[in-house]
Design a protein around this ligand. Structure first.
Ligand code: UD1
Ligand code: CA
Length: 469
């Protein structure tokens, strides 16, 4: 759709959110509201929409980048005034689809339908309306003989008008020429002293042009978010929608009620999501995985056949056939090769583990570059911080790190080298060598018997003798 422009109004602050964050930047299932609106337009075939910015315009620009074009409204004098500031973005377009940045639940299908109806009907404006139980705060659709005559805002409404339950969704298509002709003639002679965009409708009608209305099949997806409570509701609806899409694509979600998957997350076919699982931000999960129960994955990419349970994974990449958990914490910056196993109470950070490595039991591996097939015994720790700086640990292919060893970085353990259990490795271990660094064990034959003879109550250790000998 080349000759239609999308235009999103987002210059207002959104005071009812009681927030330092601009309303349209509040996230719904991980995506800022306004990004979801842009997504809906783009998937309806209306790319690079215009956005009217004002309040916190820098932050909006940071989020949307050059996916959109901007118009600036310095002073928020009303929705009609906002569109006027974007007149230059409408040049060369036949139609414009205008909506607000606070309707994150709007679908591309709904927008596509509206545009088609506008085109087919040939009206100068086509407005989407909705029937609601509680119209408070919204513009009422005033009709005469069934035809729209005006939109009346709450603050300007007579009691009879206030009782109307058909409202202006503020999602509408206009012929650009007709719209630009009316906008300069808007007046702010209303209770709020603002230039109202909906006042364009009676102007068009006065000129003998047509305004068509379409009633949305459901009000939910087209209503703006104004409060925290509205935001929570939108999250609920969007969450359910995302889960439906994911299940539709061949993923099993065992308990939709306790599963949170952000907008835009990809999950492969035949993956099973167990209860209490959260996939947040830019995540990709491959096919045939088992994720959860109790998995929290942030901004991470997982391959196929991954089994990840009772664990937290942040900003990491995980290959195929990897097992994580239970009770593992992958902090940011890990890259796990195929077939890796990270198990009970293991913590990893900024670590690359080559194919088939194992960190199965209560270890800390941080700032490490590890080749393939390396085994970390229980309790191995990379001592990456010397109190001033972080240092790297390098472990080459096939090395074996015995239980409870400390690798004092910077240090390198060579290919197929072996570190004896309980070692404090403070120098490099060359390829194929044994590195062992611990106090030699002392064995004292007959010690217990000798001790018992001395002690009165027949106990080996008395109160004062616990660390004797
Ligand atoms: C508006 C409509 C109302 C409709 C409702 C649906 C008007 C006058 N009223 O009311 O009929 O039922 O939406 O949600 O249009 N904005 C700007 N610049 C401005 C003023 C607003 O960019 O100068 C933006 C805001 O950021 C917001 C949107 O326009 O995204 C709506 O503005 P707001 O003043 O809140 O209008 P409503 O009272 O919601
Ligand atoms: Ca609003």
């Amino acid at each position: 759709m080349d000759d239609i422009r999308g235009l999103i109004l987002a210059a207002g602050q959104g005071t009812r959110m009681k927030s330092d964050i601009l309303k349209v930047l509040h996230p719904v299932m991980g995506r800022p509201m306004i990004s979801l609106v842009v997504d809906a337009l783009v998937s309806a075939g209306i790319s690079r929409p215009g956005v009217v910015v004002g309040f916190q315009e820098d932050r909006v620009r940071e989020v949307l980048g050059d996916e959109v074009e901007y118009a600036v409204q310095g002073e928020q004098l009303g929705t009609g005034h906002a569109v006027m500031q974007a007149a230059h973005l409408l040049e060369g377009y036949r139609d414009v689809l205008i909506l607000y940045g606070d309707v994150p639940l709007v679908t591309s299908q709904l927008l596509g339908d509206l545009v088609r109806r506008h085109r087919l009907g040939g009206a100068s404006a086509t407005l989407l309306t909705a029937e609601v139980d509680d119209p408070v705060g919204l513009g009422r659709v005033v009709r005469k003989g069934g035809e729209l005559v005006a939109i009346v805002e709450e603050s300007d409404a007579s009691p009879a008008e206030a009782a109307i339950t058909e409202i202006n969704t503020a999602i509408a298509c206009f012929k650009v020429d007709a719209l630009l002709d009316c906008l300069p003639r808007l007046e702010a002679d209303n209770a709020q002293g603002e230039y109202y965009l909906p006042d364009v409708f009676p102007m068009l009608l006065e000129e003998g042009l047509t305004v068509e209305t379409i009633r949305a099949p459901q009000a939910g997806p087209v209503l703006g978010i104004n409060t925290r409570s509205g935001l929570a509701e939108a999250n609920g609806i969007m969450r359910r929608r995302i889960l439906e899409d994911i299940m539709e694509s061949g993923v099993t979600v065992m308990d939709p009620g306790t599963t949170w998957i952000d907008a835009g997350v990809e999950v492969g076919r035949d993956t099973v999501i167990l209860p209490n699982t959260i996939l947040q931000g830019d995540c990709v999960v491959g096919s045939n995985c088992r994720i959860g129960p109790n998995a929290h994955i942030l901004e991470s990419h997982l391959g196929d056949d991954v089994n990840l349970w009772h664990s937290v994974v942040e900003h990491s990449r995980i290959g195929n056939s990897v097992t994580v958990g239970p009770y593992a914490h992958l902090r940011p910056g890990n890259d796990l090769g195929n077939g890796v196993k990270v198990g009970n109470f293991a913590e990893l950070k900024n670590t690359r583990l080559g194919e088939g490595c194992k960190v199965p039991h209560h270890s800390y591996v941080g700032d490490a570059e590890v080749g393939s097939g390396v085994n970390f015994g229980a309790g191995v720790v990379t001592v990456n911080y010397d109190g001033w700086q972080k240092h790297m640990t390098v472990v080459d292919d096939g090395a074996f790190i015995g239980c409870n060893s400390n690798l004092l970085a910077p240090v390198t353990v060579g290919e197929n080298a072996f570190v004896g259990a309980g070692s404090t490795v403070d120098s490099d271990v060359p390829a194929g060598a044994l590195g062992i660094g611990r106090a030699r064990m002392v064995v004292k034959p007959g010690w217990v018997e000798a001790k018992r003879g001395k002690s009165s109550g027949g106990r080996v250790f008395g109160k004062d003798e616990e660390d004797g000998d």
